[in-house]
Ligand binder design. Structure first.
Ligand SMILES: *[C@@H]1O[C@H](CO)[C@@H](O)[C@H](O)[C@H]1NC(C)=O
Ligand SMILES: *[C@@H]1O[C@H](CO)[C@@H](O)[C@H](O)[C@H]1NC(C)=O
Ligand SMILES: *[C@@H]1O[C@H](CO)[C@@H](O)[C@H](O)[C@H]1NC(C)=O
Ligand SMILES: *[C@@H]1O[C@H](CO)[C@@H](O)[C@H](O)[C@H]1NC(C)=O
Length: 292
């Protein structure tokens, strides 16, 4: 009061500030994806904290890159594997994934390898969902929303279980499940599938190839997500598909950029935030500057 009187702060401003403080300070639950996906999310969480939001991130005890910060609270849950096992698996997959050309065949190998990693992560997710104490704490905390990278859909299952609206922050889902879940038009004749090397103008043969890739993709993704689909159906006590889980997203923050993606129709709750990938940029090297 004294402050207001001495400095003659206009009533409107006081009113504005009180509404502002109401709008501030949301409670956000974060279920992040370990690995490189974490690096971009971490930057966003720190910004959210700076803007007065309270953030709780749940992470497994053994992690690759997930780590703590003064900006948010960390809750850990136990997992059925050791840090050493996780590091070894990750290195082995890393060695096999990089340096290969992006052909369909290598893509299939990569998917098989990735599904090994998926098994590890899905067992971690199971341990989170069946951690009664932690889940009760999360439920009792009454979060406003959950922010998650849904590529391995642990966050979406938690969101369903706790009935929380979800914000997806992601680099993409395999088999364009993101566009499928949001019901974006994606005709085989005009939108080329990943790794087909086609453009939006396709010959008849290319369109047929695109269709066939699309169909086989669906099978691959079914197998890729099978563990999660089973886990979700078990926990939520009804039959659920991953597509249905993904379709619950309130907002999609997509780390996409047209430098890499084809322009395509998207839904109003999908926001392209590809620039975030360059948040920690380095200046161009001398060699590059010569072209300017
Ligand atoms: C967490 O990891 C990031 C990126 O690897 C690093 O920059 C940061 O210093 C780490 N923070 C802590 C508290 O370990
Ligand atoms: C990944 O696949 C390669 C063969 O392509 C295999 O040698 C390696 O053991 C696999 N790694 C894991 C963790 O499954
Ligand atoms: C969360 O708490 C509410 C009561 O506040 C309860 O009805 C609900 O079953 C709880 N959900 C879970 C998943 O524990
Ligand atoms: C949430 O998960 C718990 C533990 O598996 C389960 O008992 C409960 O029925 C689930 N609640 C909802 C709403 O899915």
């Amino acid at each position: 009061m004294v402050f207001v009187w001495r400095y003659q702060i206009p009533k409107g401003l006081v009113l504005f500030l009180s509404f502002w403080s109401l709008a501030e300070g949301g409670k956000l639950l974060v279920v992040p994806q370990d690995g490189s996906h974490w690096l971009s999310m971490r930057v966003v969480l720190e910004k959210l904290w700076e803007r007065g939001h309270e953030i709780v991130a749940v992470i497994p005890e053994a992690t690759l890159l997930l780590n703590s910060s003064q900006s948010f609270t960390i809750k850990t849950y136990s997992v059925p594997y050791t840090q050493e096992f996780l590091d070894e698996s990750y290195n082995s997959i890393g060695e096999n994934s990089f340096g290969n050309s992006p052909t369909l065949e290598n893509f299939v190998f990569l998917l098989i390898n990735m599904s090994e990693l998926t098994n590890i992560f899905s067992s971690a997710c199971r341990h989170l969902l069946y951690n009664k104490e932690l889940m009760k704490y999360l439920n009792d905390t009454k979060f406003d929303a959950i922010m998650t990278d849904p590529v391995l859909p642990c966050g979406p299952i938690v969101a369903e279980n706790l009935s929380l609206p979800s914000v997806y922050f992601m680099r993409g889902l395999p088999c364009t499940l993101d566009y499928q879940a949001a019901q974006c038009p994606s005709p085989f004749s005009y939108v080329p599938k990943t790794f087909t090397s086609s453009a939006d103008h396709m010959t008849f043969t290319e369109r047929v190839k695109n269709l066939l890739v699309g169909i086989s993709e669906d099978l691959l993704c079914y197998l890729f997500y099978l563990k999660y689909e089973n886990l979700a159906s078990e926990v939520l006590q009804r039959e659920v598909t991953v597509l249905e889980l993904f379709s619950k997203a309130s907002i999609w923050l997509m780390r996409y950029d047209f430098v890499f993606e084809y322009p395509r129709p998207i839904m109003p709750n999908m926001v392209y935030v590809g620039g975030i990938n360059c948040a920690q940029r380095k200046s161009l090297s001398k060699v590059c500057r010569c072209f300017h």
